[in-house]
Design a protein around this ligand. Structure first.
Ligand code: UTP
Length: 288
């Protein structure tokens, strides 16, 4: 079937406190992996999956993100004068067409569910994707493309990773109805459960396909774990009313919202680059 998911929401309204002081004046989503900001990896992934409308839910201090996806006349002039074709290509790549990006603001960071709710008027009646820039994937087929290829046009889908041990308590966790190959039918979700109470080892990671049904729950503005308006609670309610599936993703995920995940991503992406691989590996061997 054709691609029914054309809109994507990028919630970038969080405070990024785990990266202070770097995030005092710089949005967390602008932190680079090697030489590209996290948010650009997410936008390129959305483009690769056929997304045509890009909705950013921003907040105070996030204007660098808007500037990043704009054209810089000075930079274009300077690079053309110096005949730097490669650099010119780099700054033009991964920028959606004029008019394809819309920005709305979350005035207060009340939680991920609240950030998504802020996009409700821009979403209208359409099925939409959500991409959290903190999670980036190294995979042959991009994470969102894997999901859209498996999506049958009904209900919703979340990206899933199997997490062993106590670390599961850091995630939204699936209550499993049934396993269907690499798809898991969901009958509920729990945000950050205690290890002993986790309903499964299947954790939600930062990619979602959602229907506007979710706004019926988010409209209530109910607070959940950590006193935040949680997307997981809204998903749990929606999964009881519509068909929701988890999809086990092929590839490696890096949690760039944590320092260790961010550092791992920088090393792994550098090793994967022809221009850096040899030197970085030489350096790592020397440290060992
Ligand atoms: P996180 O909880 O990982 O981001 O949310 P954070 O709150 O910015 O980071 P820390 O924990 O303080 O370091 C995941 C994603 O959801 C967005 C964040 O910007 C991030 O991309 N988010 C979170 C919002 O847009 N609004 C919120 O109220 C909360």
């Amino acid at each position: 079937m054709g691609n029914v998911v054309k809109k994507a929401v990028f919630p970038v309204g969080g405070m990024g406190t785990r990266f202070l002081p770097a995030t005092k004046a710089l949005p967390k989503e602008m932190l680079p992996i090697v030489d590209k900001p996290l948010i650009q990896y997410a936008v390129e992934e959305a483009i690769s999956a056929g997304i045509e409308e890009f909705i950013f839910v921003t907040g105070r201090g996030k204007t660098a993100i808007e500037d990043h996806f704009d054209q810089s006349a000075e930079l274009l002039n300077l690079l053309s004068k110096r005949n730097k074709q490669n650099d010119l290509k780099k700054i033009m790549e991964g920028i959606p067409k004029p008019g394809a990006i819309a920005y709305t603001r979350q005035q207060e960071p009340l939680g991920l569910g609240h950030a998504i709710w802020c996009a409700r008027n821009l979403i209208g009646q359409d099925t939409f994707a959500v991409l959290l820039a903190d999670d980036i994937f190294m995979s042959q087929k991009s994470c969102l493309k894997q999901m859209i290829d498996e999506y049958d046009g009904n209900g919703g889908m979340v990206a899933v990773e199997e997490i062993e041990g106590e670390e599961i308590s850091n995630y939204g966790v699936l209550n499993v109805d049934s396993m269907q190959g690499n798809k898991i039918k969901i009958n509920g979700l729990v945000e950050k459960p205690e290890y002993s109470k986790a309903p499964s080892k299947y954790a939600v990671v930062g990619r979602y396909i959602l229907t506007p049904k979710i706004f019926e729950y988010l409209d209530k503005q109910k607070k959940g774990a950590g006193n935040e308006i949680q997307l997981t609670d809204a998903l749990s309610w929606t999964a009881k009313n519509e068909n929701y599936f988890g999809l086990k993703i092929n590839g490696e995920r890096f949690d760039c919202g944590s320092k260790i995940g961010y550092l791992r991503a920088n090393i792994s992406f550098a090793i994967n680059r022809d221009d850096l691989s040899e030197e970085i590996l030489k350096y790592l061997r020397k440290l060992n």
